[in-house]
Every structure is written in structure tokens, then in C-alpha cells.
Design a protein around this ligand. Structure first.
Ligand code: HMG
Ligand code: MG
Length: 321
């Protein structure tokens, strides 16, 4: 019998060779800490990034080069980013909203992925970036050109793909159009943000299915917030639809300050455990991660974190003591 090709493109659908491997993209230091009411010290941020790396996480979004007036919690972005050392097998990224952000990114040699961002809905884009979607695409254009020239990775977030806090329904066709424009600008990975966590598995399957007509599925990531408690189910749906890159946040930290009511990202521990139980390796040491989240909860944030597997593991540790 003839062997199926490793990668196949037919009828406009990009089908990747469906490997089992998944990539966990940790966004806790950025998405998580941007939404905390207290600003975490530079020393604790450095310790957090080191601990995540030591737990086996290979892709970490460490901070944002946005306006400190807009996100004061990450005002130490330059100090944090320039204090990191490049490490084999680890890719650090940071948010870059404009050329000013790019200049700051370019001063930190340990960073290897610039992450631009915009929304699929006009109202959220304006609240978050103070401009229209078209204007933000124009801000991204020179950043993309410079990132390509500097040979660093270029990731793009498209927010509100499952719904907008101000406009409600968002048309998947609008998401697809934006994704195509971003790929044309040279973006090599697009993270689809369910910013306010309203998506559900059938919607995720439909969205990914619609995007797979014309877009390379292997370049898509899912960035799922957990407002309605469906983020983990949405990860499973995304996996079944062919996505292999998932953004997560330790302990379920996270949220966009310009999307009222949104809660944290899907918890890293929940996703690592989900895949481990299905026999899919993530390369992440769950126990080491739980240690890190426990330290962050107890000694740094002094508030209870919502991650379900994290809480279950803490409970088990108490019993076995
Ligand atoms: P603006 O006010 O329209 O622009 O902000 P501006 O050019 O008038 O600048 C305002 C001030 O910021 C000026 O300072 C600039 O110099 C300064 P002033 O003169 O008033 O002292 N500025 C900067 N400073 C440092 N770095 C920069 C920079 N740019 C301007 N790069 C701007 C426009 C884009 C800066 C602002 O809207 C902003 O910072 N927005 C970012 C908001 C944000 O970080 N949101 C959260 C991240 S997105 C997210 O969480 C969603 C995601 O997780 C995916 C999902 O869940 O869907 C990614
Ligand atoms: Mg987010």
C-alpha cells in the first residue's frame, strides 16, 4: 500500500503531519504578571523565569515592551530582559507593540522571539492599543521587517477570536483575513487568543477548521483564557483539530487589563497533566512546576491561584506528609 505523504496539501486545506508532540508556550511571566494588582519585584521575576526553564519549559514569554503607563506591572521589562542569558534550547519572547518596543527588544540579546499583537475586533484593539486594526497593522509592518532582517522569530497574537468584550460575536472570516495579512508581513507563528474565555470546544473545532483552509495549521497556536471554565476542553478540541502549540500560564495566572472580566490563561499544570495522561510528552517536569507555582503563590503573590491540577497536587502533598 502506498505510504501517506508526511505533509499534504489538498483542496486548500493544510494538513500537517500529525505528530503527537505538543509545545507548551509559558506566558505566565507576561500575561500572568501584567494582570496582578501588585507589582512583582525584578528579583522574583528573574527567579520565576529561571525556575520555569529548570522545569523543562523551552518557550517562555518573559515580559512586554509596552508603555509603562499602560502596564506598570512590567515597567522593568528592559532590566529583566537584559539580565537574561541566551540558553540552548530555550526561546524567550516579549510583546512588542510598535517600533519603540522593537528598539527595546533589540537591546536584549537573550530574546529570540518578538511577539506583536492586535485584535480581531475593532473595539478591543482600540482599548488595548489606542488605534484601529489597520493602524496597528501599519505599526507591525516595520517591526516585522526589522525582526526578519535581524533573523529573530516573529509571533503574532490575534485577540478576541472567540468573542469581544465590547462587540460580542467575532466573525471567523475576519480572523482568517488578519492571519493572512500577518503571514504576508512575515510572521512565522500566530497565536489565536480567546481573550475573554468565551469559546467552547465546538467553536474551537469550527474556527481551526475554517482557518485550516488556506493557512498552515502548524503555524497556529491557541491562547485560551479560562473565564467560563472551558479552556482545558478547548485545548483538547484544538489538539483534535490539529493544533500543536498551546499557550499556558502557571497556576492559571493571567488576563488582559483591557478586557474586563477576563480571567487567567489555561493552567500550565492542567495542560501538562492532560497530555501526560494521553501519553503525549511535553518535556516538562510537573513536580518541579508545582514547586514553582507553590513558591509564587505563597511567597510572592500571597493569593490563591486557580489551577486545578496545581491545587490537587498540593492536596496530595499534604496527605503524604
Ligand atoms: P498611545 O498612548 O496610543 O501611544 O499608546 P503614544 O505613542 O501616544 O505613547 C504614549 C506614551 O507611551 C508615550 O509616553 C510614549 O513615549 C510611550 P509619554 O510621552 O506620554 O511619556 N510609549 C512607549 N513606552 C515604552 N515602550 C513603548 C512605547 N510606545 C509608546 N513601546 C501603546 C500606544 C501601544 C504604547 C499603548 O497602547 C500600550 O502600551 N498598549 C499595550 C497594552 C497591553 O500591554 N495590553 C496587554 C497585552 S495584550 C494581551 O494581554 C492579549 C494577549 O495575551 C492575547 C489574548 O489574550 O488575546 C496577547
Ligand atoms: Mg492573554
Amino acid at each position: 500500500m502506498e505510504q501517506a505523504p508526511e505533509s499534504h496539501q489538498g483542496a486548500g486545506v493544510h494538513l500537517m503531519a500529525l505528530t503527537d508532540e505538543v509545545v507548551i508556550y509559558e506566558v505566565g511571566p507576561r500575561d500572568g504578571l501584567q494582570n496582578e494588582s501588585e507589582t512583582v519585584s525584578l528579583e522574583d521575576k528573574r527567579r520565576l523565569v529561571a525556575a520555569l526553564r529548570a522545569a523543562g519549559i523551552s518557550r517562555i514569554e518573559v515580559t512586554s515592551f509596552v508603555s509603562p503607563k499602560w502596564i506598570p506591572q512590567l515597567a522593568d521589562a528592559d532590566a529583566l530582559a537584559t539580565s537574561l542569558q541566551p540558553m540552548d534550547g530555550v526561546r524567550y519572547s516579549a510583546l512588542v507593540p510598535n517600533e519603540r518596543g522593537w528598539a527595546r527588544f533589540a537591546s536584549a540579546p537573550a530574546l529570540s522571539v518578538a511577539a506583536v499583537f492586535l485584535s480581531a475586533s475593532e473595539s478591543h484593539n482600540r482599548k488595548n492599543l489606542n488605534c484601529s486594526i489597520a493602524e496597528q497593522l501599519e505599526r507591525i509592518r516595520p517591526v516585522a521587517a526589522q525582526a526578519t532582517e535581524a533573523k529573530v522569530g516573529l509571533r503574532a497574537y490575534v485577540s478576541t477570536v472567540c468573542g469581544c468584550p465590547y462587540e460580542g460575536f467575532v466573525d471567523p472570516a475576519a480572523v482568517a483575513r488578519l492571519c493572512r495579512e500577518l503571514l504576508d508581513l512575515g510572521v512565522d507563528e500566530i497565536s489565536l487568543g480567546d481573550t475573554i474565555g468565551v469559546g467552547h470546544p465546538a467553536q474551537i473545532r469550527a474556527l481551526v477548521g475554517a482557518l485550516a483552509y488556506g493557512l498552515p495549521l502548524e503555524k497556529l497556536a491557541l491562547h485560551l483564557h479560562d473565564t467560563y471554565g472551558r479552556a482545558l476542553a478547548n485545548v483538547q478540541a484544538g489538539y483534535e483539530a490539529g493544533v500543536r502549540i498551546f499557550d499556558t500560564s502557571l497556576g492559571g495566572l493571567g488576563g488582559c487589563p483591557y478586557a474586563p472580566g477576563a480571567s487567567g490563561n489555561v493552567a500550565t499544570e492542567d495542560v501538562v497533566d492532560l497530555f501526560a495522561r494521553a501519553g503525549i510528552a511535553t518535556g516538562i517536569d510537573l513536580d518541579a512546576l508545582v514547586d514553582t507555582t507553590a513558591w509564587l503563590e505563597r511567597d510572592v503573590l500571597a493569593r490563591q491561584l486557580p489551577g486545578r491540577v496545581f491545587r490537587a497536587k498540593l492536596g496530595e502533598r499534604q496527605i503524604s506528609r
